[in-house]
Design a protein around this ligand. Structure first.
Ligand code: MN
Length: 488
């Protein structure tokens, strides 16, 4: 494996000398720190962290993030201390590495109702959204080298990748990363379905290469007659995992799947998109009901494009996607396209920020005027998560609660049987009162006794409707009288 920093520089031709120097230093630092350590594959450990750096460079992330990505396992897996890293690289980069280390301790235990919480937790715990991006790039290399890990671990890691990492990438609008994570994890989680889908995929000939070329040539000619400038036309093939998802949705009926191959046309401006669409519909008959205007109405994760499906003239159909360069970068790189190098420090208007915030519905509420990028990311995080706390069960499951919640809310969120029989509570290993206000990252352990039962006064320090309802229900069913005599 070529691990020279030049590989990263080649991906980012606009790097300044200072940034190149930073990345080279990070490479040296990590290489020395991991010296002698091997991956399960037998390769030097450094190959993994360097590959993470390359993944980040492919997303065009800034030099600080790439440097942190190259050093992301140094604090966890080597003797280097935080103080030493801070001395060599400053507080900012060290913070990014610490953030990645913290996220590494979380485990997905397969409890479906906790998945969404865990995803939010991921973002909330990262003090900077770039930490999440580093973690996703780290995971991408791990999942691509999963064959060297034991079979039990393979399944857990791959499932976690599909449930947590890929969906997070999707939420952040990072379409390409999402596809790569899913396709790498797919064979480990659903081996049989993977092989079936692969077989189907091989037999698919939705449109011949010859016909595709004919359509492209015709489009180029006609669009130029109408003076629509084309920056690029290329075709993309649906990735395997998403093909399987679609097959499932349509009960394995291939005829219902129109977008196995799609043509992508990149044009300079949004109005060119509509003009190109008009030209295409004049040239080929569109399949009814297949036109979608995601420019006027973007998808919840911010995706923008025009989609249409045409009858290509030889009995087959073909999906065409039309978008600008900016829309394309956003669809491929999502949040990363905003964190990208050139944009750091660039002032964005409020309208622009709002539009970009379209990537998740919860964030549309976000109202503050922000001056520059760093501030923007900070506010983004705190406003989104301000009113929630994320606490952990002793097993590491994440419970998502409103701010001001107490161990009683926690207990009912885990299970009503636990709430109904709280005898005592430990927060971070210490006995604590029932009205303790829980903080992010607290580990909460409930002592349960059959003889214990809810008290009316608990209603004064519960936050969640669920807990209040369950307490009232218990009191109603077991008699208020008992409660009156036994209230301590
Ligand atoms: Mn790693």
């Amino acid at each position: 494996m070529d691990t020279s920093p030049q590989r990263i520089f080649d991906l980012l031709p606009n790097l300044s000398t200072k940034d190149r120097e930073l990345i080279s230093r990070a490479c040296d630092f990590a290489q020395k720190a991991h010296n002698g350590q091997l991956r399960k594959s037998g390769e030097p450990y450094y190959n993994h962290v360097f590959a993470t750096g390359v993944n980040l460079a492919q997303l065009k992330m800034d030099a600080d993030t790439i440097a942190a990505g190259i050093m992301h396992d140094v604090l966890e897996d080597t003797d280097i201390t935080e103080a030493e890293m801070t001395k060599a690289f400053g507080e900012h980069i060290t913070k990014l590495v610490q953030g990645v280390t913290k996220l590494g301790k979380l485990r997905y235990s397969g409890v479906e109702r906790h998945v969404e919480s865990l995803r939010k937790f991921f973002v909330a715990m990262a003090d900077d959204i770039r930490v999440v991006v580093i973690k996703l790039c780290d995971r991408l290399h791990n999942i691509q080298t999963l064959q060297y890990v034991s079979p039990e671990k393979q399944h857990r890691i791959a499932l976690e990748t599909i449930e947590i990492h890929a969906r997070l990438a999707d939420r952040l609008g990072m379409g390409r990363l999402k596809a790569e994570l899913e396709d790498a994890a797919f064979p480990y989680v659903y081996p049989q379905e993977y092989h079936e889908t692969l077989e189907i995929f091989k037999t698919l000939r939705p449109i011949s290469d010859e016909q595709l070329e004919k359509v492209v040539a015709k489009l180029e000619e006609e669009l130029s007659i109408f003076d629509v400038h084309i920056e690029r036309i290329d075709s993309r093939i649906k990735h395997l995992y998403s093909l399987w998802q679609k097959l499932k949705r349509y009960r394995m009926d291939l005829n219902k799947i129109y977008d196995i191959i799609a043509l992508r046309i990149i044009v300079p401006t949004p109005s060119d998109c509509y003009q190109a669409l008009g030209v295409i519909h004049g040239l080929y008959r569109p399949v009814p009901g297949r036109f979608k205007d995601y420019i006027a109405v973007p998808k919840p994760n911010g995706y923008r494009s025009l989609h249409t499906t045409i009858f290509s003239g030889d009995g087959t159909t073909l999906e065409i996607q039309i978008r600008t360069r900016e829309m394309h970068d956003e669809a491929e790189y999502g949040i990363a396209s905003h964190l990208a190098y050139k944009e750091i420090g660039k002032n964005l208007s409020e309208t622009e920020i709002r539009r970009r915030l379209g990537w998740t519905k919860d964030l549309i509420e976000w109202q503050k005027d922000v001056e520059h990028h760093q501030e923007f990311m900070k506010n983004l995080r705190t406003d989104f998560f301000e009113k929630r706390v994320f606490v952990l069960t002793p097993k590491g499951d994440v419970i998502d609660l409103p701010e001001g919640s107490t161990p009683i809310d926690f207990a009912y969120a885990v299970h009503s049987d636990i709430g109904d029989h709280i005898a005592g509570v430990k927060v971070n290993g210490k006995m604590s009162p029932l009205d303790t206000k829980l903080q992010n990252r607290d580990v909460v352990e409930i002592d349960v006794k059959e003889s214990a039962f809810p008290k009316r006064k608990w209603l004064d320090f519960t936050r969640t409707t669920l807990a209040k309802r369950k307490i009232r229900q218990y009191i109603r069913e077991h008699g208020g009288l008992l409660d009156k005599f036994l209230t301590r």
